[in-house]
Design a protein around this ligand. Sequence first.
Ligand SMILES: O=c1ccn([C@@H]2O[C@H](COP(=O)(O)OP(=O)(O)O[C@H]3O[C@H](CO)[C@@H](O)[C@H](O)[C@H]3O)[C@@H](O)[C@H]2O)c(=O)[nH]1
Ligand SMILES: [Mn+2]
Length: 728
Amino acid sequence: MESLPLSTAHVQNHLLIMNRLHMLLHSIAITLVLYYRVSFLFQPSETRESNLLPWLLVFASELILSFIWILDQAFRWRPISRSVFPERLPDDDKLPAIDVFICTADPTKEPTLDVMNTVLSAIALDYPPHKLNVYLSDDGGSSLTLHGVREAWKFAQRWLPFCTKYKLKNRCPKAYFSALEDDDGHFARNYIEDKLKIKEKYEAFKEEIKTFRIDKAFSRDHPSLIEVMQENIIEGADNVKMPLLVYVSREKKPSHHHHFKAGALNVLLRVSSMMSNSPYILVLDCDMFCNDPTSARYAMCFHLDPKISSSLAFVQFPQTFYNISKNDIYDSQLRSLFTLQWQGMDGLEGPVISGTGFYIKRVSLYGNLASKGTDMLQLKESFGSSNEFIRSLSQNYTSDLVSGQKYALLGEPHFLASCNYEIGTKWGQEVGFSYDSVVEDYLTGYILNCNGWTSVFCDPSRPQFLGSATTNLNDVIIQSTRWYSGLFENGTNRYCPLTYGLSRISLPQSLCFAWLTYFPLYCLPLWCLATIPQLCLLNGIPLYPKISDPFFTVFSFTFLSALLKHLFEVHITGGTLQKWINEQRIWMMKSVTCHLYGCLDALLNKIGIREARFFPTNKLEDVEQTVLYQMDKYDFQASNIFVAPMVALITVNISCFIGGVYRVLMMGDCDKMFIQLFITVFIITVNYPIIEGLLIRKDKGRISKLVAIPVTLATLVLLSVFKLLGNV
Ligand SMILES: O=c1ccn([C@@H]2O[C@H](COP(=O)(O)OP(=O)(O)O[C@H]3O[C@H](CO)[C@@H](O)[C@H](O)[C@H]3O)[C@@H](O)[C@H]2O)c(=O)[nH]1
Ligand SMILES: [Mn+2]
């Protein structure tokens, strides 16, 4: 008899039917819109009612919007969801080992206590401790982080027994101690007593970190430092088996490009191969802790499933965040990505790596190992000159290391963590995490997919990982600009999903990747549609069909169909009406700023004027900002290059609306100008918070007069000039 499956996948049929029906209707509407535009070009120029240039710009915008829309449909083609049955897994002694990689870069932006909470939550995963190994990469090379790890290790020896004894669900100490309701164990005897005791220890641990005096928080120039935490017997604690905990700070030199997080992960790949060399790896950002201890077993339900395991590279869990406000004004939870879009890709060949919260098979990161055979020279060309490392590649390699200390003292791990190790090798290209992009997660996942690997998306109802999302405009800008620059770059270089991808993966899967790289292009149509119809309204140039024209229905349908589909999707993923409006809003705001800067940054990178950068996002909580965020108020205390375009565009829209209404009243051509009036009103309504920030708000998050006045004046002057020219 065949054994019961470890996991099952179900196509979401209702959603699938809805989606495809909508695709059909919406694509007919889009085709008609484009037909309307094209036929205009064939009209004799004397009978044309409009000028060619604005018409062409609006047409181009509609083409780009349609292009992005088509790509987006691939995510909606075959959405699936999955169930797992961890109780069917083999016994603990038959489970494969797991290495957990956690990255941190800068203790001034990433509070050490939070990083250690992530480390502790990983140590306490529900998995046999001797099969769990946790590595922390510290790119800052900070003595504070090292001190933190040592203290965390001491605390862990009490924390882990406490978690297992009471079978806690919540194993991140910070989250556990601040939780409103108590965890499962509270009926057990001694629980309250034990909890008080462990709480005391936690407070002491916190104090240890808080009072530590650092010489230097951050350094870009330091030798490698590796420390393996030893199991030692603590007085009074039950002697439980502990996972291995290793601190790794790779060598840094100012002259050497260290490739950000991808570089850090590749060092961990090599160093860990000398110690535990586990076949599976969980990657975590330091700001994303394990919220539920079962993820490792859930992931194994896929990795050990004989039906899918051979081609399966990784199991991705969604990124979920604990600090999102009810209406999420910045859409920092990335709702669409982590609910609908990743499920959609899961129904094709699998989701993209999302940076954190994924269990990846170690060999998938070693490129095409089989083709390299056993030729030592060739292997060294790819993997570098460490014989020990190459030995670790063989299937039946077991490191003779028991305590970890041996190799830490011997030179090998240090050699593997040195700047020069990768020079002349294939690390970052064919081997390990990719260096070709600041969105190393996207590119690594994409290349794996192109090489025939698949992935799955696992989204249980209780979030397995919880992180801190960006909750103020400035951080949102920094983060999104980095992402969009990286993503757009991958659509314009040799990895372009529509060329490189299409020849290697299925059509819908390539379209998904293409959407991810091209959606930053929203900046072009959104800039056009926020200015051209408005300026033409002011000068009486019609760009859309009259109300009495049959094509009026086509345009209205397209607009409504897009909005309602979005509303529907927000609704089925648990969002409110307000969330829907907020998503429209932040989409417009980001499109005219972050998307634009991201695309520009990518282009500047391409022609070599700029170098790729990775500023880690700020994870410190600012009380004032948090208060604003929780009240759903935008924090416009952001950099001017972000606020200025929004102020300028809202000024254009309001002025043109006033001028347009006046014109329409004078001329009585409302019929002709209706859609343009409507677009203007729509933009003003959706972006009302900007007006509020300009004119009404008095708090610290309002738009500063120093930006508002000059930008508004300059815009008005330009508008008057334009109007005068239009009248000539
Ligand atoms: O030189 C660096 C820079 C960053 N990091 C670490 O990388 C992680 C992600 O950085 P973060 O500042 O949190 O950026 P986010 O924008 O929040 O990260 C998202 O986007 C990144 C790609 O741009 C992905 O790597 C992340 O997994 C994904 O969560 C953090 O743990 C950092 O400590 C390093 O280790 N070294
Ligand atoms: Mn982050």
